[in-house]
Write a protein that binds this ligand. Structure first.
Ligand SMILES: O=c1[nH]c(=O)n([C@H]2C[C@H](O)[C@@H](COP(=O)(O)O)O2)cc1CO
Ligand SMILES: [Zn+2]
Length: 165
């Protein structure tokens, strides 16, 4: 018997982990996930956008508009920052980060400071916004590479049915 050929690529695998992490997000509008991988293709961190530990998801606002302090924006910790902070205690120098959304300027700072050297993103829907322009400026200057993820599939379906294992 010869080996399976329709297995997923490394990029599909790690972006898949980022997207699965995003499923934990409580943000009703935008769920973002991120996954950090070292140069041996081992996962060393993952995260999603959510409130800081101890801040109750039910007590804080999830609105996008209105009085700033009554929106989610001042409170949500972005997926990329959570993945960095959640890392398993590794030095992240030379690691790469897979993220569902191109990182904002604040996440770019954390990415650069942590030593991550490559960003692989799926959506770039805020391209052209000030946060995205500032992010690119810092990543470019600091020599952090970025590229859109390369995938050959449009969906992965997971079954939790025992019979499917
Ligand atoms: O890189 C990111 N990572 C990340 O986790 N986020 C989060 C913050 C918010 O919870 C949500 C963005 O909100 P919205 O797109 O609905 O305005 O995604 C937002 C960005 C922006 O690029
Ligand atoms: Zn961010």
């Amino acid at each position: 018997m010869s080996k399976r050929t329709n297995y997923i690529s490394w990029d599909e695998y790690f972006m898949g982990v980022a997207l699965l992490s995003a499923k934990r997000s409580k943000d009703p509008a935008t769920q973002v996930g991120a996954c950090i991988v070292n140069n041996k293709n081992k996962i060393v961190g993952a995260g999603y956008n959510g409130l800081p530990a101890g801040c109750d998801d039910n007590e804080f606002p999830w609105d996008k508009q209105g009085d700033f302090l009554e929106t989610k924006y001042p409170y949500v910790c972005h997926a990329e920052l959570n993945a960095i902070l959640n890392n398993i205690g590794m030095d992240l120098h030379g690691c790469r980060i897979y993220t569902a959304l191109f990182p904002c300027n604040e996440c770019a700072k954390a990415i650069i400071q942590s030593g991550i050297t490559e960003v692989i993103y799926l959506s770039d829907k805020y391209n052209g916004s000030d946060t995205s322009l500032a992010s690119r400026r810092m990543l470019d200057t600091a020599g952090v590479q970025y590229r859109k993820v390369e995938v050959h599939i449009s969906k992965i379906e997971l079954s939790f049915e025992e019979k499917d294992v």
